[in-house]
Structures are given as structure tokens and as C-alpha cells.
Ligand binder design. Structure first.
Ligand code: M6R
Length: 404
């Protein structure tokens, strides 16, 4: 596999860039030329920007005449892509959650298996060198120290590193072999929203590209899948304009005083719930934790406090709502939980049995991570609004986490 080795000089240059990043991050202020416009805060503005951002990313990569995706930034030859043996995704925070979903997409669309690791933990990984490994490093800012350290380690171990970032010429781009931009424009609110769905979009396209190059996806399949992805944009537009908005706000109001909010999902839904839990924690300073539905009965269900009707928020598209899942929900209800369930719009099996049922547009397994998180971002933000929190600038947090 052709790789340009990272040299000591590269690392020195990157470290000089990192010192500049630290200063830049410390001096980060909102450009006075920018404004929230008709929105009360940047977080809400950025939530509403998601359809446009996704549309831009998706339309730039597909060659319709040839039914092929194009990723010119990736310098590996088709043979080298076919000889990849392993993919590892590294990131922090929200970007890590995008990686959890990307694992499902890559494994669904290719014959590769994927590890997803928190960047700071990757540094403790005992298995340093793998033959023919691709590392995908995700960082909105391109400046997160833990992710940069992990990228340097991956390069030193011989991996081909693909960086996914929103910031042109950020440090991560100087360290990686290839950089893919998510084109989300500047994201001002500390709680990441549009950068997350933009990361999901580029990761999904990358997964499909790997499938195309490895021969696991034929051109007609690439075309169909691409159309399915584009269709998720319309579904997000529908949520943002739907009658579900009022329901989401009512459900958020019912959770605002709870000290503890438990979220349940299945498959990629669990990863989506982890991201929603992070949004609740950072915007509202409420404890929120996500679990896989069936794992909930192996301990976490004891967290339900009947005295305060602990909210249990479940994300259950039709393919997740089997008998075993329903059993868990009804157990939680019997133990005193307040049940808030996000389902697809035609779902009738829970009607009258939960406290709040919020309808999402019907979506395929590939579309649901895009669609569901938008509703959950709104849910988290509304809790913070009710509590009077500083939504764009939560306490103790900054847009870029750098260390010296
Ligand atoms: O810039 P990065 O994507 O590397 O940042 C990683 C995390 O610090 C970031 O996603 C953080 O978790 C967000 N504030 C979450 O909304």
C-alpha cells in the first residue's frame, strides 16, 4: 500500500500549528457580522440549516452519468482499497457518536469490520500496528488535541488516515493522508448539531464509496442508495415543519424538572440516543444516559424512581419495536417511569399505552439516524430553554477542546 510516511519534520510543523490552534481557540469569539437572524439562538438556527447542509454535501459527490461516487481526495488506488483489512474510527464527543453510526454503515455496505474508539482511549490501544488499516478521524474543528494525538499515533503505526472535518486547513488536515470537508459552514453553538448530520452524510457516502471500490456495491445499488440518502433531506424538512414540533416541546416540558433522563434505542438508535443524551447534558446540565433497550433490564432499570416518574425516552422505529422491546417499555412503565416514545408515523402498537408518542416520518435504516437526531436535538434544546440555560455557550464548555 502506498503511503507517505509521516516525518519528524511533519510532526514539528503540526505541533507549531497546534500551538496556533490553542491561541485561536482561546480567542474564538462570535463574528459580529453573523447573527441568529429569525432564531433565538445559534443552536436552533443551526438545527434548521441541516437540510441545506446535507443537500450540499450529497449533491457534490455523485457522478450520475457513471452511477459512481467520486472521492478524489482519497489517494489510495482501487487495488489498495480492495486490500484494506481493517477500519478504525477515532473521535471525541459528538464526532465519536457519528463514528458509531458510521460503523453500521461501513459494515452494511462493505465486507469490512470496523472498530470505533474514543480518540483519547485509542492512545492506550495495545494493538499498535495493523496491516492495511484505514483510520478515519472525525473532528468538526480539526483541532481537538485528543484526536490529533491519536492521528499522529495512527500515522506512526502505518495506517492510512482519512480526516473528516469542517475547518479548511485545520491541523488535522496537515496530519492526515486525505481530508474530507463536511461543508457545514461555521458552527457557532457549542452543542454540535449540523456538523453531526453533515459528518453522518460524508461518512455514509464514504462507506458507499468503499463498497463501490471493493465491489460489494454495484452501480445500480450505489444509485439506489444515493437516492435513499437524498430522500432523508426531505424527511428532515418534514420534521422541522411538522405538527410533531408541539409534541416534542410538550414532552421536553415534562422532562425539564427531572434530574435523570434515560434514553433507550436499538442498533444505530442506541448511538443516536447517546448523542441525544450528550445534547441534554451539555445544554441543560441534567443527567441523561442512553442504553440499548434490552440491556436496560440488566441493571439500569433500577434507576427509575417512581417518586419522580423518571423519564424514559425511547427511539423505536418499526424494526426496533418487537415483543421483547415492548416488554421492557411496559416494565419501565409499571415501575413508575414516564414514557416518551419516538416512533414512525404509522405506528399504532403503542397508542394509549405511553405518556407521549412523537411521530417521525417513516424512514429506512439508513435514513433514520438523520431523521431521529433532528427531533432529539429539538427535544434537548427545548429542555434547556425551559430551564433558562445559555444554550449556545453552556457552562465550562468551549467549541474546541485543546490541551497544551
Ligand atoms: O471538534 P471536534 O469534533 O473534534 O469536537 C469533539 C467534541 O469536543 C465535541 O463534539 C463536543 O462533544 C460537542 N460540544 C458536543 O456537542
Amino acid at each position: 500500500m502506498t503511503k507517505t510516511d509521516i516525518s519528524a519534520a511533519d510532526i514539528d510543523t503540526a505541533n507549531t500549528d497546534r500551538a496556533a490552534d490553542i491561541n485561536r481557540a482561546a480567542a474564538t469569539t462570535v463574528d459580529p457580522g453573523l447573527s441568529t437572524g429569525e432564531f433565538p439562538d445559534y443552536m436552533l438556527k443551526e438545527i434548521y440549516e441541516q437540510p441545506r447542509v446535507l443537500q450540499d454535501i450529497l449533491t457534490g459527490r455523485y457522478d450520475a452519468a457513471r452511477q459512481r461516487l467520486v472521492f478524489d481526495e482519497i489517494t489510495l488506488t482501487a487495488d489498495e482499497i480492495r486490500s484494506l483489512r481493517h477500519i478504525c474510527i477515532i473521535a471525541c464527543g459528538t464526532s465519536f457518536h457519528a463514528g458509531l453510526i458510521a460503523k453500521d454503515f461501513v459494515e452494511r455496505l462493505t465486507d469490512l469490520t470496523v472498530d470505533v474508539q474514543i480518540a483519547s482511549e485509542f492512545l492506550f490501544n495495545q494493538r499498535k500496528h495493523r496491516e492495511n488499516a484505514m483510520v478515519i478521524a472525525i473532528s468538526q474543528s480539526g483541532m481537538t488535541s485528543d484526536t490529533l494525538d491519536a492521528v499522529q499515533m495512527a500515522r506512526a503505526n502505518g495506517a492510512y488516515v482519512v480526516a473528516i472535518t469542517n475547518v479548511m486547513d485545520s491541523t488535522i488536515t496537515t496530519l492526515a493522508n486525505a481530508s474530507l470537508y463536511i461543508q457545514a459552514d461555521i458552527e457557532i453553538a457549542v452543542p454540535a448539531t449540523k456538523s453531526y448530520t453533515a459528518q453522518l452524510a460524508i461518512l455514509t457516502l464514504l462507506a458507499l464509496y468503499l463498497g463501490q471500490e471493493r465491489g460489494t456495491q454495484r452501480p445500480t445499488e450505489v444509485a439506489l442508495f444515493y437516492a435513499e440518502l437524498l430522500d432523508s433531506v426531505d424527511k428532515i424538512v418534514r420534521i422541522l415543519a411538522s405538527q410533531s414540533l408541539a409534541k416534542i416541546e410538550q414532552a421536553a416540558a415534562a422532562c425539564a424538572q427531572a434530574e435523570n433522563i434515560l434514553l433507550l434505542g436499538r442498533g444505530t438508535g442506541t448511538a443516536t440516543c447517546k448523542e441525544a443524551a450528550l445534547k441534554v447534558k451539555e445544554t441543560s446540565y441534567r443527567h441523561a444516559e442512553a442504553f440499548s433497550v434490552l440491556e436496560f433490564v440488566h441493571g439500569p432499570i433500577a434507576l427509575i424512581d417512581p417518586g419522580v416518574a423518571t423519564p424514559v425516552v425511547a427511539l423505536l422505529p418499526a424494526d426496533s419495536l418487537d415483543d421483547a422491546t415492548r416488554d421492557v417499555l411496559f416494565k419501565a412503565k409499571a415501575y413508575g417511569a414516564k414514557l416518551i416514545v419516538f416512533t414512525e408515523e404509522s405506528e399504532q402498537r403503542l397508542v394509549g399505552q405511553v405518556d407521549y408518542q412523537i411521530f417521525l416520518p417513516k424512514a429506512t435504516p439508513i435514513q433514520m439516524p438523520f431523521v431521529a437526531i433532528v427531533a432529539l436535538q429539538l427535544f434537548a434544546r427545548h429542555i434547556a430553554c425551559i430551564l433558562g440555560c445559555d444554550i449556545d455557550n453552556p457552562r465550562y464548555l468551549s467549541k474546541v477542546v485543546v490541551s497544551h
